[in-house]
Design a protein around this ligand. Structure first.
Ligand SMILES: Cc1cc2nc3c(=O)[nH]c(=O)nc-3n(C[C@H](O)[C@H](O)[C@H](O)COP(=O)(O)OP(=O)(O)OC[C@H]3O[C@@H](n4cnc5c(N)ncnc54)[C@H](O)[C@@H]3O)c2cc1C
Length: 503
C-alpha cells in the first residue's frame, strides 16, 4: 500500500483524503445514504490531538480544541457522524430518529450547541391522555410521564410509588455527581442492585410495576442489572450546577427529559457541527490501535490512516474503547472499568400512518404497559402533524429477546402491541422502520454503558483520569446528564479544556 505524507492544511488532495473522499462529503451533507467501503488509501497525518469517535462528544471536543488553535483530526468508524444520534429516512420521505431524540430542562449544553448551529426545536406532542395497559386492561388517563401525575392504579400503590420516588430523590442528593464513589453510603449502595432495593421499598406490586417501567425506560436495563449507587448517581446527574437532579425530570415529558425535539431530526446537530469542522472529520476510519512512541507522541492506527498526535481523546463508549489495542497496556483499573460497564439493550420501532389518528381519539401516543414488545411509546409525528408516526421503545429483556429475530417478526410483534394500545387502525402503517442498537458494530447497545454493583466504588476513579496523553470523553464520563446528548456535549467541552491545558 503506497503511503503519502500530507502536512495538515496543505491542499485539496489532503482534504479529500481526510474526509474519506467524495463519498464522505456526500454523507456529511445528507447524514444518510448507503454504506460505502472505507477509503483504502493509507495516509499519514500529524496533528496535536487525535479524537477517536465522531459522536456529539468527539465533535464538541474537536470544535473547542480547534477554536483553541490546536490541529485536530476526528477519526470516526462509521460512514456518518452522530454515533448514537441518527436520522432515519421514512418511506414517505419524512425523517425520524433512530437514537437520541429528546432534550429537556437543565440540558443547557446541547441546547446551546443546537442554538449556535441554528437547529430549531419543537415541543414533543403531549396533548391528550396516556394509555396504561396493565393486567390485560387498557385505561387512558390524564397525566404527564410515568410518575408525574396519577396513573390509575390502586391508592396504596400510588402512595408507595410517591414515597419511593421522594426517597430516591433524597438519597440522590447525597451523591456527588463528579465522584459518586465518594458518597457517604457509597459502599452500602453499590453492593446492592436496584432490584434488591426496590423489593424492600416498593412493597405494593403496582408501585413496583411503575418503578420497574421507569427503570427500563430510563436505562434500557432491568433493575436486577443496575447498582443502586449508579441509579442514584443517574438521578443526581439529571440536573445542572444550580438545579439538583430528580427522578421525575428523567421520566417526564413536559418539563422533563422528553419535553423537546429537534426540527429535521436530532442528527441535524452533529451533521451541522461536522460540516463546520470540515476536513477535521474523517469518516469510515475505525481506530484499531493506539501506540505511545519514544518522546511521548502517540500513533493512532485506523483503517486507511495513521495519525501521530501529542494527545488522544477517546470519545467512544467504554465497552467500545476496550476493543482498541493500547500499547503500552492501559492501567489495570482503566481496562477493568471498561470490561465492567455493559451497554443497555435498546431498539426503536417507528410505524408511519397517513394521519396521527390516535390524536382524534384524545390520546397523546404515550403508553405504559406491563406486557408486549413495546412497553413505552411516543408520538413521533413531525411538528405539523402532516402524517402520523408512533415510536415504540424496545428495551432490556424485550430487546434481547428480539435481537435475533427477523425484522418482519419484530414488526408483527410491535404492530400487535400498537393495536392493543391504539386500536385497529394501528395494524396498517404505510411504513415501518426498526433500529436495533445491540446489532450496531460501533455501539453494541444503548442508550448508555451502565454500572452494575461494585463497579463505581472499585473502578469509578478511572472513568475520567487521563492515562499519560490519553484523555476520556463520551456521555458516560459526564457529571451532568450522563447517558444523554447533553452529557456527551458536556464531556467534549470538559475534555477539550483538559487537553488544551496540558498541551
Ligand atoms: C435508542 C436510543 C435513544 C436515546 N434517546 C435519547 C434521548 O431521547 N435524549 C438524549 O439526550 N439521549 C438519548 N440517547 C443517548 C444519546 O444518544 C447518547 O448519550 C449520546 O449520543 C452519546 O454521544 P457520545 O458522543 O458520547 O457517544 P456516541 O454517540 O456513541 O459516539 C461514539 C462514536 O465513536 C464511534 N466509534 C466507536 N468505536 C470507534 C473506533 N474504534 N474508532 C473510531 N470511532 C469509533 C462510533 O461510531 C460513534 O460515532 C439515546 C440513545 C439511544 C441508543
Amino acid at each position: 500500500m503506497p503511503r503519502e505524507r500530507h502536512p495538515l492544511n496543505k491542499d485539496l488532495t489532503r482534504r479529500h483524503a481526510l474526509l474519506g473522499g467524495a463519498a464522505a462529503t456526500t454523507l456529511l451533507a445528507t447524514g444518510t445514504g448507503t454504506a460505502r467501503a472505507a477509503d483504502t488509501r493509507s495516509v499519514d497525518v500529524d496533528v496535536d490531538v487525535a479524537v477517536i469517535g465522531g459522536g456529539l462528544a468527539g465533535l464538541t471536543a474537536a470544535r473547542d480544541l480547534t477554536a483553541a488553535g490546536k490541529k485536530v483530526l476526528v477519526l470516526e468508524a462509521r460512514d456518518r457522524v452522530g454515533g448514537r444520534v441518527v436520522n432515519l429516512k421514512l418511506p414517505n420521505g419524512g425523517t425520524t430518529e433512530g437514537g437520541g431524540e429528546f432534550i429537556g430542562p437543565t440540558q443547557d449544553r446541547i441546547r446551546a450547541l443546537a442554538d449556535d448551529l441554528g437547529v430549531e426545536t419543537f415541543p414533543t406532542y403531549n396533548t391528550g391522555k396516556n394509555v396504561l395497559y396493565k393486567d390485560g386492561k387498557r385505561t387512558p388517563y390524564a397525566t404527564d410521564g410515568l410518575l408525574g401525575s396519577v396513573p390509575p392504579i390502586d391508592a396504596a400503590g400510588l402512595a408507595n410509588a410517591a414515597a419511593v420516588q421522594a426517597l430516591l430523590d433524597d438519597m440522590a442528593k447525597k451523591v456527588p455527581v463528579e465522584a459518586p464513589w465518594t458518597a457517604p453510603k457509597a459502599e452500602e449502595w453499590d453492593r446492592q442492585t436496584f432490584e434488591t432495593w426496590l423489593r424492600a421499598n416498593a412493597v405494593i406490586p403496582s408501585a413496583r410495576f411503575l418503578l420497574e417501567v421507569a427503570c427500563t425506560s430510563v436505562f434500557s436495563a432491568q433493575p436486577r442489572e443496575l447498582s443502586l449507587l449508579y441509579v442514584l448517581f443517574y438521578i443526581a446527574s439529571a440536573g445542572n450546577e444550580s438545579t439538583p437532579g430528580t427522578l421525575e425530570r428523567l421520566t417526564e415529558t413536559a418539563d422533563g427529559a422528553q419535553a423537546t425535539r429537534f426540527v429535521g431530526g436530532s442528527q441535524q446537530v452533529p451533521l451541522k457541527l461536522a460540516a463546520r469542522l470540515g476536513d477535521t472529520v474523517r469518516l469510515s476510519s475505525p481506530v484499531r490501535k493506539v501506540t505511545r512512541g519514544a518522546g511521548g507522541r502517540y500513533t493512532v492506527t485506523a483503517d486507511g490512516v495513521t495519525v501521530t498526535a501529542s494527545r488522544v481523546v477517546v470519545a467512544v463508549p467504554p465497552p467500545l474503547a476496550a476493543r482498541i489495542d493500547f500499547d503500552p497496556l492501559l492501567p489495570a483499573a482503566r481496562d477493568q472499568l471498561a470490561q465492567r460497564l455493559p451497554m443497555g439493550s435498546i431498539g426503536k420501532a417507528i410505524a408511519v400512518y397517513d394521519t396521527p389518528f390516535w390524536r382524534a381519539d384524545g390520546l397523546n401516543g404515550q403508553v405504559v404497559s406491563d406486557t408486549g414488545t413495546v412497553r413505552s411509546s411516543f408520538d413521533n409525528s413531525p411538528p405539523d402533524g402532516s402524517y402520523g408516526a408512533l415510536m415504540g421503545f424496545i428495551e432490556a429483556d424485550r430487546m434481547r429477546a428480539n435481537d435475533g429475530l427477523s425484522e418482519a417478526e419484530v414488526k408483527a410483534a410491535v404492530l400487535k402491541d400498537y393495536v392493543t394500545y391504539f386500536g385497529d387502525k394501528a395494524a396498517s402503517p404505510t411504513g415501518f422502520v426498526l433500529q436495533r442498537w445491540d446489532n450496531e458494530g460501533f455501539s453494541r447497545g444503548g442508550p448508555v454503558a451502565y454500572a452494575p454493583p461494585g463497579v463505581l466504588t472499585q473502578y469509578g476513579a478511572a472513568l475520567r483520569t487521563p492515562v499519560g496523553g490519553i484523555h476520556w470523553a463520551g456521555t458516560e464520563t459526564s457529571a451532568y446528564w450522563c447517558g444523554y446528548m447533553d452529557g456527551a456535549v458536556r464531556s467534549g467541552e470538559r475534555v477539550a479544556k483538559e487537553v488544551a491545558a496540558a498541551l
